[in-house]
Design a protein around this ligand. Structure first.
Ligand SMILES: [Zn+2]
Length: 392
């Protein structure tokens, strides 16, 4: 969705944004409360009063959604997971986490925090409106009571709906935490929880369709049709989001099952640190058609020389500079063992910023693994994307 976002403030140090689609929902909620729910529950009031109350109620509903997201965010921050922003949009809210939770336990606690906040808020609103009813029943506090029970109802619904065990809903994340704890495989757990999400998406759509058909044929009340369309809308959203998560997890599952040894380049040409850049270009870069070369001396990997470093050096200086002077010096995280999975190698590349890693076994270089070799391997296997973890 390419609609603009507006920043409206901060909470817990996290920027809060309003998505353009929020205004449509805000208007729809205000309108349906002002013309339907409020005149039905509190007849005989002037029309502007209904609109005013409808607007206030719609704002409080979005505040409830925001508090739900802040519940997730609070626990995530306790686990040192950065929250880039919270966006309020057509389906509610979303806290954009900077990385995946470190453990199933963290995943579970972060996921359940949102519904817990909603259920507590719901109970509080119901309790509040009951208290107002018993204390001020005679003094015209009817509006406050209606508003309180409406907010209570919506918060309880928000809490319960999000507990549906289909990823990426909160309940689906709780399910993923359980599956992850059981089979110790994050991506497989995501894929399975997303399959449940697809199932619940379809089920919600079917229930919604049944409600609409029931309302049309007169078996159910007419007003049920609106609820039915909402269910279809939400079911479609859940279905699409779950399908996307499953597609994203698929190549990662493949990559976790393939070892570095299967994909690495076996014939590795190394450069000596004291050869000139000109020699390296003439004898190796030209012969290999470019590439990346580990720089080694006495069995030790000192650095990596790639086309990038050579290009950065003016051609006139090639005969006068040594490989040692322009190579990227390596750190220990540049070396990996051959029995690692491709997924581990890719995570290492992402963390360390290297596009290529040296594969070592018994203190010997046995291969070289590059991003492009992995991409090529995936292409051969017919996988669509690399789906590197991190966003979400
Ligand atoms: Zn939530």
């Amino acid at each position: 969705m390419a609609f603009p976002n507006w920043k409206i403030g901060h909470a817990l140090g996290i920027p809060i944004y309003l998505h353009a689609s929020w205004f449509a929902v805000f208007f729809f909620l205000t309108w349906s409360l002002a013309t339907g729910y409020l005149p039905e529950t509190m007849p005989g009031l002037p029309v502007p009063r209904y609109w005013g109350m409808g607007g206030v109620a719609a704002l409080l509903l979005f505040l409830s959604v925001l508090l739900h997201e802040l519940g997730h965010s609070y626990v995530a921050l306790r686990y040192q997971i950065p929250i880039k922003q919270i966006t309020l949009f057509i389906f509610g809210g979303m806290a954009h986490m900077g990385k995946e939770p470190p453990s199933p336990r963290a995943e579970f606690l972060i996921a359940i925090a949102g519904p817990v906040v909603s259920l507590i808020l719901g109970a509080g609103c119901f309790g509040g409106s009951l208290a107002v009813e018993s204390l001020f029943a005679q003094s015209g506090a009817h509006g406050l009571i209606v508003l309180g029970s409406l907010l209570g109802m919506v918060n309880v619904q928000l809490g319960l709906f999000n507990l549906i065990p289909g990823f990426p809903l909160d309940g689906g994340r709780i399910l993923r935490a359980g599956l992850w704890a059981r089979n110790k495989n994050f991506d497989r757990a995501t894929s399975q929880a997303a399959l449940a999400g697809i199932g619940f998406g379809v089920a919600l759509g079917l229930i919604g369709a049944t409600m609409i058909v029931g309302a049309w044929s007169g078996v159910l009340e007419q007003s049920i049709a609106t609820n039915g369309s909402w269910l279809i809308f939400i079911g479609t959203f859940l279905f699409a989001a779950a399908l996307a998560s499953r597609r994203q997890a698929a190549p990662r599952i493949l990559l976790a099952s393939v070892t570095v040894r299967q994909v690495m380049v076996h014939r590795v040409i190394t450069l000596l640190p004291d050869m000139s850049v000109q020699d390296a270009v003439d004898h190796h870069f030209v012969a290999q058609g470019g590439g990346e070369f580990p720089v080694c001396e006495e069995g030790k990997v000192l650095g990596l020389l790639t086309v990038r470093e050579v290009q950065a050096l003016p051609t006139a200086l090639w005969p006068w500079r040594l490989v040692r002077e322009i190579m990227r010096p390596t750190s220990p995280d540049f070396r990996i063992p051959p029995d690692w999975s491709i997924m581990q190698a890719m995570d290492r590349m992402a963390q360390s910023g290297w596009d290529c890693l040296v594969v070592m076994e018994h203190e010997q270089i046995v291969g070289l693994i590059t991003r492009s070799a992995i991409a090529q391997y995936l292409q051969l296997r017919g996988s669509e994307s690399l789906g590197v973890r991190g966003e979400g």
